[in-house]
Design a protein around this ligand. Structure first.
Ligand code: UD1
Length: 427
């Protein structure tokens, strides 16, 4: 038997980080006040708000109400500083809107981060196809289109989420029609397209591989609700599956988690979908399940660390394959410190399930890795200390509070950022 906590009860997720940040950037496209609702209270939203302020916007965030009001002036700045881009890579999503609005954008190149090197070549190639001149200057990606952008056919080499978004936000104000092939199909792309349409843009086909954008002269500010966070919802669904728990997750469209829920079912969980919610009841011990990350509708890379944790305590062996980002197996090394049997070979991790993990100090290197290690701590005997839970605040408004409300014994210390997770065996 696994020693550890069992998550049970209800939890609600708020708006998706990966949508809210892009919608905030898209607000730059229209002069006036754009209001976003269901915005998560996370650090990255604060960073994006600061970036938009430096570009000349007024940004008011009402944390309790989950709203962000963005007043966008006629005249915008065009520079996104390294300091902010380094703090949050999603800052690069101001590139498309700025070049569309100002005819000029200089956005710092983020550099490598904890989940492998993530290029900007597809962003740059897309904007070049729309007529911008793009070059790197002293660490900044500079895109110039003083006479405006012109729609064009664009075929992405890879369905990059960020490049699809930047191209959509640029094309919506370009002259003529852009046909974007091999576009990313993530729900966050659909959310962005819906915002652009509400603003008066002409965008068709979002959610499929071909998106057609017919440029308009200007857009108007609107109010828009951010879609629910499928990765946060998936986190709690995995939490139920890993701990033999029973969790009703509200605030998410279960369609956005289809492959994930299939994997959990294969691992022995009972999954019941409801309107805007999903209930997952975990087995006493999960069965091992093979997982390979892919662009949507494939298994999301953001949930890959949780698949490692599930397989670490599962009955049987499984292969977890990472196809989206290099070097995203940091969780595997840390899980080994908890006694998991994980062997990493390139893009593959072979996991042989163990009956139990044993608590130890571990380090979380990014949002999902840190959250996954916290869940591992729930099923590890004794105390697990996760260093780096500050990362968790970038993706989950109140992760420890949510886990406590589901019955887990989790505490956090702010300085240094640490979570203490006594497993049941100690209590
Ligand atoms: C977004 C999400 C991230 C998620 C990922 C995949 C945000 C803020 N982040 O990241 O949480 O895990 O989608 O669903 O929304 N690539 C290039 N050249 C480019 C662009 C991308 O080579 O110009 C490569 C990257 O190195 C990576 C892969 O494409 O290996 C996927 O990247 P992409 O889909 O762009 O993800 P992000 O938008 O960075």
């Amino acid at each position: 038997m696994l020693g550890g906590a069992r998550l049970a009860g209800e939890v609600a997720v708020v708006g998706a980080k990966n949508s809210a940040l892009k919608l905030m950037a898209a607000a730059l496209l229209a002069v006036g006040e754009t209001t976003l609702t269901n915005v998560p209270d996370i650090v990255d939203v604060t960073i994006m708000a600061e970036l938009l302020r430096r570009l000349g916007c007024t940004v008011q965030q009402d944390v309790a109400a989950g709203t962000v009001r963005l007043s966008v002036p006629e005249q915008l700045g065009h520079r996104a500083d390294y300091e902010l881009v380094r703090a949050m890579r999603a800052s690069i999503s101001v590139l498309g809107p700025l070049v569309a609005r100002c005819g000029l954008a200089d956005v710092a190149v983020p550099g490598g981060d904890a989940i492998g090197s993530r290029g900007l070549d597809l962003h740059a190639a897309g904007l070049t196809r729309l007529g911008a001149k793009v070059h790197i200057d002293h660490g900044y990606l500079v895109a110039q289109a003083p006479d405006g952008l012109v729609g064009a056919p664009i075929a992405l080499e890879f369905p990059s989420v960020g490049a699809t978004e930047n191209i959509l936000m640029a094309a919506v104000l370009a002259r003529g029609t852009t046909i974007l092939d091999n576009a990313a199909r993530e729900p966050e792309i659909v959310d962005l397209a819906q915002l652009l349409q509400a603003m008066g843009g002409h965008v068709e086909g979002a959610g499929t591989s071909t998106i057609v954008v017919t440029g308009v002269g200007e857009l108007h500010a609107v109010e828009h609700r951010v879609i629910g966070d499928r990765v946060a919802a998936g986190t709690y669904a995995f939490g139920a599956a890993i701990t033999g728990g029973d969790v009703l997750v509200r605030g998410v469209d279960p369609q956005h988690l289809r492959i994930v829920l299939d994997a959990l079912r294969e691992g022995g969980s009972q999954v019941r979908r409801q309107e805007g919610a999903v209930r997952v009841t975990g087995p006493a011990r999960p069965r091992a399940v093979d997982v390979a990350t892919l662009p949507f509708p494939g298994f999301p890379t953001g949930l890959q660390p949780f698949a490692l944790v599930l397989n670490s305590v599962a009955d049987g062996s499984a292969m977890v394959t990472e196809n989206m980002f290099e070097a995203r197996f940091h969780t595997a090394q840390e899980l080994a410190r908890l006694g998991a049997d994980v062997r990493v070979d390139g893009h593959h991790a072979l996991v042989r399930g163990r009956e139990r993990l044993s608590g130890a100090p571990v380090v979380g290197s990014d949002i999902r890795a840190a959250a996954a290690l916290v869940l591992a701590g729930l099923v590890a005997e004794g105390v697990t200390t996760v260093e780096g839970v500050a990362h968790v605040r970038r993706g989950y408004p109140d992760f420890a509070g949510d886990l406590r409300s589901l019955g887990a014994d989790v505490s956090t210390e702010v300085v240094p950022p640490v979570a203490l997770l006594p497993g049941r065996a100690q209590r």
